[in-house]
Design a protein around this ligand. Structure first.
Ligand SMILES: [Zn+2]
Length: 454
């Protein structure tokens, strides 16, 4: 079936490519995706999908087509990153100095998933089969993410969820991700003249510094996989004023949401201790948080099979030389990092573009976090990576932004769309597959509680 699905996607290549390029040319940051969301909604509405906007998050929506069960969720994203504006060129060259850019390839992610939803709906309809395809427009992935949608129960009646991500390798997303929480700790002291009456002041900055020092000692005695990174987000105004207010903003990550809760409780103790030492008051708030990703082996096995049946389209000579030039802007040693963290062979770096179907990451867990993690606590969830960028190029770089506007990326986006649609079709029609995915999920998953509710 995968060939006819791919043919369906390829027949509309011009339209899908121009939509993805349109989003790339009009990057919108998290929470500002009015235009990008509308582009997706308009297209899906014109393809006969029923649109429903969600009140929980600006610019979030679902688009549904089909009849009866199962309900296959396909997730798309469309936010860009600040300061990453970049031309489709092999040298650092901002299109808009200081402007946003699609350095995480979400222009491809949103439209690739949209193409998958359309192809899957057409396949079910064409065969007269029951099943509902539901596209989720998920804004602000780079910030809050789809957590409010998950918390509001928007995924509760889905039977399985699928998505993909632009990357440097082709592989099912077999690796787990870390749970995280972003917290701001504010210290409040008493202002005073730093030279005339230092004894009368209580420095909030002292509270921040002792708190940060506490974190440095704490990091030696936490569970493996716990990561703490912070910035001083408020350090006071002037040296001659004892700071009344100061703050640390930190990200805390851990292998699971449960391990994260235990680590967060100790971080809070460090803040309380620092406040006591400095006679200041500490308060904290959580701005966002994501659960770890629980990979579905049943779905990823099916993705791997689809990748073997439909190998990735090869780059043209021109695309290969662009990729080579982009790859050459990053030292070879640094390019190993993206492969090593998911166990992909470093020998792949002999070439600029990943040409084969890979199968990496089983048993690995990366330090980064994804909002797909929360969805994976609710329903069996599968993802895949498609090599839209040169090997060894990481996300959130100007190189990944440049690559996301290239013809190779569009080609690989359409390939990823066919793989997702094929996997969705298999879940809806192949006997036993969805049941196996659900059985595996009920054995592996843990009760869902957002890490924003520590
Ligand atoms: Zn991303």
């Amino acid at each position: 079936m995968i060939r006819s699905i791919y043919d369906y996607v390829e027949a509309q290549a011009v339209e899908y490519d121009s939509l993805a390029l349109d989003i790339w040319e009009h990057p919108e940051k998290s929470g500002e995706e009015a235009r990008s969301s509308a582009v997706h909604r308009d297209r899906l509405a014109s393809s006969g999908f029923a649109i429903r906007e969600f009140p929980e998050m600006a610019y979030s929506f679902s688009a549904e087509k089909g009849r009866g069960g199962p309900v296959i969720a396909i997730m798309g994203e469309y936010d860009a990153l600040p300061g990453m504006s970049q031309a489709c060129s092999a040298a650092r060259e901002a299109l808009v100095p200081g402007g946003a850019g699609h350095a995480c390839g979400h222009n491809l992610l949103g439209i690739g998933s949209l193409a998958a939803a359309e192809a899957l709906a057409a396949a079910l309809e064409g065969a007269g089969l029951p099943g509902t395809v539901r596209y989720y427009g998920c804004p602000a992935e780079e910030a809050l993410g789809r957590i409010p949608l998950v918390k509001a129960g928007r995924f509760d009646d889905a039977d399985a969820a699928l998505t993909w991500h632009p990357a440097d390798v082709n592989t099912p997303h077999r690796y787990a991700t870390s749970a995280n929480v972003a917290m701001t700790f504010r210290f409040r002291g008493r202002a005073s003249h730093a030279a005339m009456a230092p004894h009368a002041g209580r420095s909030a900055l002292d509270g921040v510094q002792l708190f940060n020092l506490g974190l440095e000692f704490l990091r030696e005695h936490v569970e493996r996989g716990v990561l703490i990174h912070y910035v001083v987000s408020d350090g006071g105004a002037r040296p001659n004023i004892v700071p009344e207010n100061a703050a640390t903003t930190l990200y805390l990550r851990a292998p699971t949401a449960e391990a994260l809760r235990l680590a967060a409780a100790r971080v809070v103790k460090a803040a309380k201790g620092a406040a006591m030492m400095t006679e200041t008051k500490a308060s904290w708030e959580i701005t966002h948080g994501k659960c770890d990703f629980i990979p579905s082996d049943a779905i990823h096995d099916r993705v791997a099979r689809a990748m073997l049946e439909l190998p990735p389209p090869a780059p043209s000579a021109e695309e290969a030389s662009f990729a080579k030039a982009l790859a050459a802007t990053v030292p070879r040693r640094d390019r190993e990092a993206t492969l090593a963290m998911i166990g992909a062979p470093l020998g792949l770096l002999k070439r600029a573009v990943h040409a084969e179907a890979g199968d990496f990451g089983a048993g690995y867990r990366i330090g980064g976090s994804l909002d797909t993690g929360d969805v994976s606590y609710i329903v069996p969830t599968g993802q895949l990576n498609a090599a839209t960028w040169p090997l060894g190029i990481g996300a959130h770089t100007w190189q990944s932004c440049a690559a996301s506007g290239s013809s190779l990326a569009l080609k690989r986006m359409r390939w990823a769309a066919a793989l997702l649609a094929e996997t969705g079709l298999a879940l809806a029609t192949e006997p036993g597959l969805l049941e196996a995915a659900k059985r595996e999920h009920s054995g592996k998953s843990r009760p869902y509680r957002s890490t924003m509710d520590l």
